[in-house]
Design a protein around this ligand. Structure first.
Ligand code: DC
Length: 222
């Protein structure tokens, strides 16, 4: 199998992680969900205060104490924060609501980007996020940028949350997605944007398998 770096960026709820997971399995590579890393730091920040608010200065000073790991188990990929399994905890609305604020802080981004670059140093990584093709791996072998209409993304996220037993209305999911899109695309530090050389795929009316096949075709043909 080829040792490749694939960057998958795009908006929330476009299925980036699902595709990254399938590609990692196909190529026998590691999958890194960089959004889970921003979520882990957000969760860490919320645990530092008694009322769950985030003290930005305290969080920045504590970054060296944070260690994030991924482990592939029979229950799928699990995320660990300092050895605590936080896979489900970081999908709660409490984290959803604050993660874009945390992701807009320069010190936090550079802390995580350094770790992400290190994860790809021996190649063989499929990483999904918002700045993977532009900042983390501008030299990635393949870059994809996924888009879809906000309504379709909200519907998908809503169904996923329901399966996980997380109670949120479709309106709440749509409001969170729209707010995060806005914040992620307009933040001053490395906003979400398509890399010039990324292949854009509008997944609005495509099945998960269709999107996967388009990606594989692009990788195999090149
Ligand atoms: O992919 P996700 O929805 O789990 O990402 C959570 C948040 O983290 C998202 O609102 C934007 C931010 N993020 C980012 O700024 N850069 C990345 N590489 C990945 C995620």
């Amino acid at each position: 199998m080829k040792k490749i770096i694939v960057a998958i960026d795009g908006y929330a709820g476009t299925g980036k992680s699902t595709q990254a997971k399938s590609l990692a399995k196909y190529f026998g590579c590691v999958h890194v969900d960089s959004g889970a890393m921003y979520r882990a730091v957000t969760y860490f920040g919320q645990q530092q205060t008694t009322d769950g608010s985030i003290d930005i200065k305290l969080l920045i000073d504590s970054l060296p104490q944070i260690s994030i790991d991924f482990e592939l188990t029979k229950n799928g990929q699990q995320t660990f924060l300092n050895d605590e399994n936080i896979t489900d905890l970081i999908r709660q609305s409490k984290v959803n609501d604050k993660v874009s604020d945390v992701a807009s802080i320069h010190e936090i981004r550079s802390f995580l980007v350094d770790i992400q670059k290190e994860m790809g140093s021996s190649k063989g990584v499929i990483m999904d996020g918002r700045d993977i093709g532009t900042i983390v791996f501008p030299e990635a072998d393949y870059k994809f940028f996924l888009t879809a209409s906000p309504k379709i993304r909200a519907q998908r996220r809503y169904e996923e949350q329901q399966k996980k037993g997380i109670i949120e209305t479709l309106e709440e999911v749509l409001a969170n997605i729209t707010a995060r899109d806005h914040q992620d695309s307009t933040r001053i530090v490395t906003p979400l944007k398509k890399a010039k050389d990324a292949i854009e795929i509008d997944v609005s009316y495509m099945s998960i398998d269709d999107v996967f096949n388009v990606m594989i075709e692009n990788i195999v043909e090149s």
